[in-house]
Design a protein around this ligand. Structure first.
Ligand code: G6P
Ligand code: MG
Length: 217
């Protein structure tokens, strides 16, 4: 049977959290306060605009609407400098193996990401062509944990939500997959992702047998 396999991007296909961290930290420092790795964790799966709102709250800082827009642009400009240096060596282990296996077995494969930079990142690491459809931060109005991004990603490959499987590294993303009535697979730590139907540390732990089970049940 043709199922739909929907991949989050940041933290699932590539580890871009480290670049988000550096760009947000520089921005916070320029405003006179610090930004920690622990705070960065809480921004996983969170859109750019919501991330900046949280950071300003943590820094107990308010800015004008105009300055807010400038900060968003500044952060993304710096983030893109890191992205521009990426290549396929930054694809997380065994992601290509799983993508190729799904394609060889005629499964639907799409991207469901909050990032507005999804296409450029997939191009940089040279796997854009592995996806039948891309649904990203430019296409949705409601952020995860709302299921919109995954429902659109299912629709784009013509697979019913209940026949979809989502790979996610964020709590909000797992909740979005569950809200869409899809099978949720958490990639990361069990402490964080316990709401997921299945949890793996990374794709090296995802066997062909397990994928076959998802395809056939
Ligand atoms: C993903 C990341 C978040 C990021 C968001 C928006 O969900 O996990 O950390 O803020 O995408 O990314 P963007 O590339 O549009 O700034
Ligand atoms: Mg993610």
């Amino acid at each position: 049977k043709r199922k739909g396999f929907i991949f989050d991007l940041d933290g699932v296909i590539v580890d871009t959290a480290k670049y988000h961290f550096l760009a947000w930290k520089n921005l916070a420092n320029s405003l006179g306060f610090d930004f920690t790795e622990i705070q960065n964790e809480q921004l996983k799966g969170v859109s750019r605009v919501e991330s900046l709102k949280k950071i300003l709250t943590w820094g107990e800082t308010t800015v004008s609407e105009e300055k807010f827009q400038d900060l968003m642009t500044l952060k993304n400009t710096e983030y893109l400098e890191f992205i521009n240096k990426m290549d396929d060596s930054e694809i997380l282990p065994d992601v290509p193996r799983v993508l190729d296996y799904l394609k060889d077995n005629k499964q639907g494969v799409s991207l469901g990401s909050a990032s507005k930079n999804a296409r450029v990142i997939l191009e940089k690491v040279n796997i854009l062509d592995k996806f039948e459809a891309i649904v990203d931060g430019n296409d949705v109005s409601k952020a995860k944990p709302d299921p919109e991004v995954f429902l659109n990603a299912a629709d784009a490959i013509n697979v019913k939500p209940e026949d979809c499987i989502v790979f996610e590294d964020s709590v909000a993303g797992v909740q979005a997959a569950n809200a869409a009535h899809m099978i949720s697979i958490g990639i990361g730590s069990e402490d964080v992702l316990h709401e997921a139907d299945y949890i793996f540390n990374d794709f090296t732990e995802i066997s062909t047998e397990f994928i076959n089970k998802l395809i056939n049940n």
